[in-house]
Design a protein around this ligand. Structure first.
Ligand code: IPM
Ligand code: MG
Length: 361
């Protein structure tokens, strides 16, 4: 395969973890005879510092000229909520999702075998395993609805954020969830708040139509508050969870925590045609930036997702995941996943050991 990958190294620990992921990409390319070209794309707080805005003109076009996008992390206190929106890294993140049409955000939460004791839940619960896929709608809902802030006569200032969903938006994310479930354990849990919200009632009715078409997949409706509770009570019951943008934002953080380390979890954001975007779930961790302390595994596993979902190269994806599992099984730990007093390695050494496994496989 010949391909071109856009690299958004971003802020904080972003550049360090992307470096290790690129080294893994190159190791895979060597092993299986691929040619990969890289294009650096400036976006995030670093872009604000360099050119005054977090999402410079042409960012989307540059990404669209590539086959996939790898993002480290963007954001940091330096470009906080007090800054104008065009300078904030979050603005860039939402813009790129919309501009590339990345409506499906896949966030797997997996308790890796060697990490079972990192699970903060009861031992009996952890022993049942966790392997769920959060499918979050990413380009609609309250994140992109009309916002307003105005003075009232008697209640002071009032603000509104509109949550809107169309049948079309719900159907396309629903289809993604059902298709994924077919490749996994064959179960979809659709999360909504249909006892209160009109958008949720529409969501549910569209999902129920899809159930007819995907009758081989088991299906359930789950109310979002109950879902939040079930994720800590018994996460092993879930296979694919599908939900709207803000519920997905909240639940995916919760799901990542029950696996014990957010530093291990990758994500993929995909649409129908444009390049998919792959990034670790964790943020830019400015407090440890530049110190060779960050865990590169989530970004490296994001590369595995890239091979699987953008390039449909399953052997390459499996090799990366197996190499990560092998290194963890050897007891190698970065500080974020180590027990107190345990010996740890840095970002670069973790990357090197994973590459060694890849070569040896
Ligand atoms: C995420 C993040 C973003 C979101 C923020 C940084 C805008 O929390 O990717 O989950 O809310 O989508
Ligand atoms: Mg979030």
């Amino acid at each position: 395969m010949n391909c071109k990958i856009a690299l958004i190294r971003g802020d904080g620990i972003g550049p360090e973890v992307v470096n290790e992921a690129v080294n893994v990409l190159n190791a895979i390319a060597d092993k299986y005879g691929h040619r990969i070209e890289y294009v650096d794309v400036l976006m995030g707080g670093c872009a604000t510092d360099a050119v005054g805005v977090s999402y410079p003109e042409g960012t989307a076009e540059k990404c669209k000229s590539c086959d996939a996008v790898l993002l480290g992390a963007v954001g940091g206190p330096k470009w906080g909520a007090d800054k104008p929106s065009e300078q904030r890294p979050e603005t860039a993140l939402l813009a790129i999702r919309k501009d590339l049409g990345l409506y499906a955000n896949l966030r797997p939460a997996v308790l890796r075998p060697a990490m079972a004791d990192a699970c903060p839940l009861k031992k009996e619960t952890a022993e049942k395993g966790i392997d769920l896929m959060m499918v979050r709608e990413l380009t609609g809902g309250v994140y992109f609805g009309k916002r307003n802030k105005y003075q009232t006569e008697d209640r002071g200032i009032e603000a509104t954020d509109l949550m809107a969903y169309s049948e079309k938006e719900i159907e396309r994310i629903g289809r993604r969830a059902f298709e994924l479930a077919r490749l996994r354990r064959g179960k979809v849990s659709s999360v909504d708040k249909a006892n209160v919200l009109e958008t949720s009632r529409l969501w549910r009715s569209v999902m129920h139509k899809l159930v007819q078409e995907y009758s081989d997949v088991a299906y359930e409706d789950v109310l979002v508050d109950n879902c939040a509770m079930q994720i800590v009570r018994e996460p092993g019951q879930f296979d694919v969870l599908v939900t709207e943008n803000m519920f997905g934002d909240i639940l995916s953080d919760e799901a990542s925590m029950v696996t014990g380390s957010i530093g291990l979890l990758p994500s993929a954001s995909i649409g129908d045609s444009a390049p998919g975007l792959y990034e670790p779930i964790h943020g830019s961790a400015p407090d440890i930036a530049g110190q060779d302390k960050a865990n590169p595994i989530a970004t490296i596993l994001s590369v595995a997702m890239m091979f699987r979902y953008s390039f449909h190269l399953f052997r390459e994806a499996d090799t990366i995941e197996a190499a990560v599992d092998a290194v963890l099984a050897d007891g190698v730990r970065t500080p974020d996943i180590a027990h107190p007093g345990e010996k740890t390695v840095g970002t670069r050494e973790m990357g090197r050991l994973i590459r060694e496994k890849i070569k040896a496989m």
